[in-house]
Design a binder for this molecule. Sequence first.
Ligand code: CO
Length: 292
Amino acid sequence: MNTNANAPTVKLSRTIERLVAGQATSDGAGVKLTRVLTNDLQQRLDPFLMLDAFGSDNPNDYIAGFPDHPHRGFETVTYMIAGRMLHRDSAGHEGLLENGGVQWMTAGKGVIHSEIPQQEDGVMEGFQLWLNLPGRDKMNPPWYRDFKNQDLPKLVTDQGVDVTIIAGSSHGVSGAVTRDATQALYLDVHMPAGARFAQSLPADHNVFVYVYRGALSIAGVAVPTQRMAILNNDAQADGLVIDATADAKFLLIAGKPLKEPIAQYGPFVMNTQAEIRQAIEDFRAGRLGEIA
Ligand code: CO
């Protein structure tokens, strides 16, 4: 076993501010999903704008996928637990996302893309996170990377906790992607019942945990399955300590707040209404997905 020797010592864990159940909704061409991080939490969880969880074994819930649609001003991170989804975009990128793979797309000044399931039955399960860009980077050229599951950095702690590091770093291991402005941390953590996991975190970073299997306890408070726990920014806390009360799988997501105004209109997230009007105008004029 690849046991990790750089376990952090967290002297005082953050505590839970509140638990959130998310909202059942649908998006794209009728894909059923749970919006875990909703618009009303964008300021609180800055720099994160949205987290969707989708999971179904009924093809009617996902088969039509997400046909061509635009984005500008932020990044989308899609993490597929089960199933196969094909991505195509106006910048010429194409990639098949499957079985634990991650697709990281920086929309920047604009892409038009589609995400279409490549299966007619079986389970489709995954997550899409929206990560904001600082104003100075919103009009940068688009960027895109696919990571197969075996290409994502992983570690196993001495308590048998499996950690996949999609972004940021954990226990001295750097993730697939690093971002200077937001210092985004994105971990998928699998814990056996009774295990403990600690993660160092700066006190001013916004942090949440989404449990998608099993159950956890954080600072004595239970977090059941399919709940997001928003963590307090306790000034004295130097990290987060999590106990698995059952075999558990969860996402641990954290980032440095940008503290900039957020102007959103659907798939465009800018700083001002004037920039939103420009995005809509560029999209209507066919300029948004141009490679230039
Ligand atoms: Co999209």
